[in-house]
Design a protein around this ligand. Structure first.
Ligand code: GLN
Length: 487
């Protein structure tokens, strides 16, 4: 039953073919067997999930109104605050943090009737592309356990790919939903900035961060986005727009849609031939169903990674100033005064990548450098956004690879942060522009590693993404649950 889609699982519980307890028990048992092999969960809520499932079954027995995900077990990236449930953000500094409140996403998932199985592993403070910067050890790719699952939502993508939950919610600041989805053979959506509330989502780079679904199929992703999207007064950047019927968009024909192919994305050095081949298949799938391919140009693409690595660390250095050992989280045991306690807390509490980002960000924001770095980066960001505005005057959607290569080996890029940063070259421009993006499986490499296609659309055009991605999914063989040996 772990192979069911989210929609199937939801229907079966609703139709009483299976109880929430049976379903939750089955997934918890599977997590117990599989999780030690891939480390996708940092926290598994054995008793709490069963208690929640029991309550769901009782609600149903009483004939009360049911939410769309009634009784279905899900997981959340450990960046979403969950009341009374440890929320670590992959960091030592929050390794014992019990939030006193729920993130908006956690509230919405609970209100839909879902059961929370646990919290997914992630790169520390979502900084990374491989889930190797987690204080809790790396997550492994369920398709090849010697390889990374992508990051930073690698735990979420691996859990969904391995059938350890029917859906998860991750976050994406520069690709952290789409890139791991691509490398694990699942679907991941980065919604328009402002579409999903950031309330209670631990901040990395506030002008870029956005929560979104990770699922095995496109209709499942549409269903899940419908659950978590919507206005929230507690997030000042949340947008007050009605939430469309996303699942309906996944059933619309793609006929007549104009799909742009950005020249610059296909000229990138290091684009794996298997990825290029899979992209051709994805494009064929769209064209065969009546879409029209149009070559376009996004001329400022080559500046996106450099721009991101000023803006994101600058915002992170400010956001992470709150972890000082005073109010919550880890505190170093020192005999000295306040300053020594704070510096030792941060020295011991943060890992190397987080420290690197804080140093870059602090430098870029310091007096005398602010205009040269941060000010300049914001201007380039505007140019990147204008590239997309111009493109979407001509096309409905843009098709690109999600990642230049399939999953790389554990440790392969940890020694060289720059190569790690470059693995996000295709996903970062979308965050800088604030537009929505999706990654959908579109093939396998010769070694049996999943490859994903990315689709981008204009602001609040998630429906276009679901329509196009569903067309690709219908045409190309959809990866099953990852065949972990002996599972
Ligand atoms: N890999 C990118 C980074 O390290 C993006 C991470 C993210 O989207 N959270 O910053």
């Amino acid at each position: 039953m772990h192979e069911w889609t989210l929609q199937e699982a939801a229907r079966k519980v609703r139709d009483k073919e299976i109880s929430s307890r049976e379903l939750t028990r089955a997934l918890l048992d599977r997590i117990e067997r599989i999780n030690p092999k891939i480390n996708a969960y940092v926290t598994v809520l054995h008793d709490k999930a069963m208690a929640e499932a029991t309550a769901r079954d009782e609600t149903q027995a009483k004939g009360e109104a049911l939410g769309v995900l009634h009784g279905v077990p899900l997981g959340l990236k450990d960046i979403f605050c969950t009341r009374g449930i440890r929320t670590t953000c992959g960091s030592r500094i929050l390794s014992y943090f019990l939030p006193p409140y729920d993130a908006a996403v956690a509230e919405k998932v609970a209100a839909s009737g879902a059961v929370l199985l646990g919290k997914h592993n992630m790169d520390e403070f979502a900084m990374g592309s491989s889930t190797e910067t987690s204080h809790f050890g790396p997550t492994r790719n369920p398709w090849a356990t010697g390889r990374i699952p992508g990051g930073s939502s690698g735990g979420t993508a691996a859990a969904v790919a391995a059938g350890l939950c029917y859906a998860g919610v991750g976050t994406d600041t520069g690709g952290s939903i789409r890139q791991p989805a691509s490398l694990c053979g699942v679907v991941g959506v980065k919604p328009t900035y402002g579409r999903v509330s950031r309330y209670g989502m631990i901040a990395f780079a506030s002008s870029l961060d956005q929560g979104g679904p990770v699922t095995r199929t496109v209709p499942d992703a549409a269903m899940m986005l419908g659950v978590i999207a919507g206005h929230d007064r507690r997030d000042s950047t949340s947008v007050d727009l009605p939430v469309p019927d996303y699942p309906a968009a996944a059933e619309r024909p793609v006929k007549g849609m104009k799909v742009g192919l950005p020249r610059e994305y296909f000229e990138v050095e290091g684009l794996d031939p298997a990825v290029r081949g899979a992209m051709e298949k994805a494009l064929d799938a769209l064209v065969v169903q009546g879409a029209q391919a149009v070559e376009i140009s996004l001329p400022h693409t080559s500046f996106a990674v450099a721009t991101y690595y000023i803006i994101a660390p600058a915002e992170a250095s400010s956001n992470l100033a709150r972890y000082d050992g005073v109010r919550y989280g880890y505190r170093a045991k020192v005999a000295g005064g306040l300053i020594e306690m704070m510096s030792r807390t941060r020295a011991e509490g943060f890992g190397a990548e987080v420290k690197r980002r804080i140093m870059i960000g602090t430098y870029a924001l310091s007096a005398g450098y602010y205009e040269a770095y941060y000010g300049k980066a914001q201007k380039v960001r505007t140019l990147i956004r204008r590239d997309f505005d111009a493109a979407f005057a001509k096309v409905d959607a843009i098709l690109t690879p999600t990642s230049p290569t399939p999953a790389f080996r554990l440790g392969e890029k940890t020694g060289d942060p720059l190569t790690m940063y470059l693995s996000d070259i295709f996903t970062i421009p979308c965050n800088l522009a604030g537009i929505p993006g999706i990654s959908v499986p579109c093939g396998m490499s010769a070694e049996g590693l999943p490859i994903g296609a990315q689709l981008l659309a204009g602001h609040f055009r998630e429906e276009t993404l679901f329509t196009a991605a569903a067309a690709i999914e219908r045409a190309l063989p959809h990866p099953p649950v990852a065949p972990l040996e002996g599972a």
